[in-house]
Design a protein around this ligand. Structure first.
Ligand code: ASP
Length: 583
């Protein structure tokens, strides 16, 4: 038997017990007559003590061992004279009578402590060592718990987990596919699923009216932001449902997770915002509701004083930074530089400073009298002591830049607290998105998303104004889930493909199997998928999803530990009937 107990288990009530522990040497300290070793396993740390007076040879032996060596130690549980209240096992120690080395370790490339001295790349290269550290271990335990609670909730609601294939025909999520060559079908390729979308719809046709799966999805996207080429979804579909049924069911799931994992109870329903309102108030379809600072539209009230920046603008918006009147010139310049960054896209930043004494000062006071400025500030909802930011330009880019400014101000004012959670639903997304470059419409969600019945009439005349039965679940400024009610009638689906620029043949070639299935009695259905990685990272208070994935890829999509992707041998290529030509 390697162990009688784990390294996180023993307490004062176990005093005098003879025990055997196995684990890794976290650190050791020699204090002349005594050597202390902290032994670690997944469950915690226990202090081992070796006594030079009574067991000299044992003590000398253990002093030779370095960090991360794996040992087995036998001894007696004793009360510590110097207790450590910060450790669950801090009241006791093991007086070791015998130990054996199970395996030695070379010196690790970084210290395995909560705060490590290893840089990102190094820790990724030795991920198995990084995973020994508490922060990552806790994240993996949390992830396990969340997956478990997800299954438990959905199981209680009659969902069944069905596995769908990984080698498939292309799916329609709008990213690039990863492809896999087929050896036995030379020159032909499978795609890896961007999601199990088509399969879960086929399961509805097959009559399994509540499906779920915690499943890997693959998208060959540019990896800017915090994305991974492979990621995990909680993928779900239901039949005989309207949008409302889905929202209620999955609000229930999110609430269950908060309650079971964090002990947080949301007593009222999550707020719902239409896509149009979300853009109007926050410039963003995934607003962070942990703080206010909603936009105020000044387009109708701030023009006409000869200031061409405002007079010529299609949109003028304001954000009130509460209590920020004391912002220095330097701080305002910094924010001006921030909004002008190409990724933010603002043209400039105008301010109105509301003095606590009722005075007003502004970067546009050449054109506006104090009375004008106070009137504008009043429309914006600002009061004494506030700082009002005004931005102007074309509507969408200005809203987008204001969104970035709002989030930046939220950060600066400490309003985006990691332990505050503000979930909401964003609904009524547009069905289509126009792409200027290719001059065509794309499905904003995917081509199976249904239009609002009252908007279907515009499918030929004005597709841009059609709203979809599509919804996102958003928490703290991150989209954690999204889905839609699907089209289940053949004729409407055909119109949809046509608007998206698919010819009949193309649609048939790509999704013929699904269209065929729909001819055999497809029930009304809809679904949603949550990003498990993102959800766990929000619960864990981590900024990056990498910190909640056991073996993630780096920013360039590489596995730096195994060094992949990598070239394959000539022989393998030949078997696959593939020749690599570098372009
Ligand atoms: N398949 C969709 C996605 O991956 C989710 C859904 O519509 O259910 O975003």
């Amino acid at each position: 038997m390697y162990r009688t107990h784990t390294c996180g288990e023993l307490r004062l009530s176990d005093k005098q017990k003879k025990v055997t522990l196995s684990g890794w040497i976290q650190r050791s300290r020699d204090l002349g007559g005594m050597t202390f070793v902290d032994l670690r396993d997944r469950y915690g740390l226990t202090q081992l003590v070796f006594n030079m007076d009574t067991d000299a040879s044992l003590c000398q032996e253990v002093r030779k061992l370095g960090r991360e060596c794996v040992i087995q130690a036998e001894g007696m549980v004793a009360e510590r004279s110097n207790k450590n209240p910060k450790m669950p096992t801090g009241d006791i120690e093991i007086q070791v009578k015998r130990f054996s080395i199970l395996n030695s370790s070379v010196t690790p490339p970084f210290t395995i402590e909560d705060e490590s001295d290893g840089g990102d790349e190094l820790r990724m290269k030795y991920r198995y060592l990084d995973l020994r550290r508490n922060p990552l271990k806790n994240n993996l335990l949390l992830r396990h718990q969340m997956a478990y609670e997800t299954r438990s909730y959905l199981n209680s609601q009659e969902f069944i987990e069905v596995e769908t294939p990984v080698l498939i025909k292309s799916t329609p999520e709008g990213a690039r596919d990863f492809v896999v060559p087929s050896r036995v079908n030379a020159g032909q390729f499978y795609a890896l699923p961007q999601s199990p979308q088509t399969f879960k719809q086929l399961l509805m046709v097959a009559g399994y009216d509540r499906y779920m799966q915690i499943v890997k999805c693959f998208r060959d996207e540019d990896l800017r932001a915090d994305r991974q080429p492979e990621f995990t979804q909680i993928d779900c579909e239901m039949a005989f449902v309207h949008q409302e049924d889905i929202l209620v069911m999955f609000e229930g799931m999110v609430k269950h997770l908060f309650k079971a994992i964090k002990g947080i109870e949301f007593s009222s329903a999550f707020p719902r915002l239409t896509y149009a309102k979300a853009l109007e108030k926050y410039g963003n379809d995934k607003p962070d509701l942990r703080f206010g600072m909603e936009f105020v539209d000044l387009t109708g009230s701030a023009k006409g004083k000869g200031f061409s920046v405002l007079d010529s603008a299609a949109y003028i918006g304001a954000i009130v930074a509460p209590g920020c009147t004391e912002y220095t010139r330097k701080q305002i310049d910094e924010l001006t530089d921030f909004v002008k960054k190409p990724q933010v896209g603002g043209k400039g930043l105008i301010y109105i400073r509301m003095g606590t004494d009722g005075s007003v000062k502004s970067s546009m006071d050449k054109f506006y009298t104090p009375e004008d400025l106070l009137a504008i500030a009043a429309v914006a909802g600002a009061t004494a002591g506030d700082l009002v930011f005004v931005m102007a330009g074309d509507k969408i880019p200005t809203l987008k830049a204001m969104s970035e400014l709002r989030l930046e101000m939220g950060n600066r004012l400490g309003l985006r607290k990691k332990n505050v959670f503000r979930p909401l639903w964003v609904v009524d997304f547009p069905l289509f998105e126009w792409d200027e470059e290719t001059k065509r419409f794309y499905a904003m969600h995917h081509p199976f998303t249904s239009p609002k019945p009252e908007d279907v009439q515009y499918i030929e005349s004005d597709p841009a104004r059609i709203r979809a039965n599509a919804y996102d679940c958003v928490i703290n400024g991150a989209e954690v889930g999204g889905g839609s009610i699907r089209i289940f009638e053949e004729q409407l689906q055909k119109k949809m493909f046509k608007t998206l620029g698919f010819t009949d043949e193309e649609a048939k070639r790509q999704f013929g199997f699904l269209m065929d299935a729909f001819r055999y009695g497809a029930p009304p259905h809809g679904g949603i998928a949550f990003g498990l990685d993102r959800l766990v990272s929000i619960f864990a208070g981590e900024d990056s999803i990498r910190d909640v994935i056991a073996f993630p890829k780096n920013n360039a999509g590489r596995d730096v530990m195994a060094d992949c992707p990598a070239e394959i041998s000539e022989e393998q290529l030949k078997e696959l009937s593939i020749k690599v030509v570098k372009l």
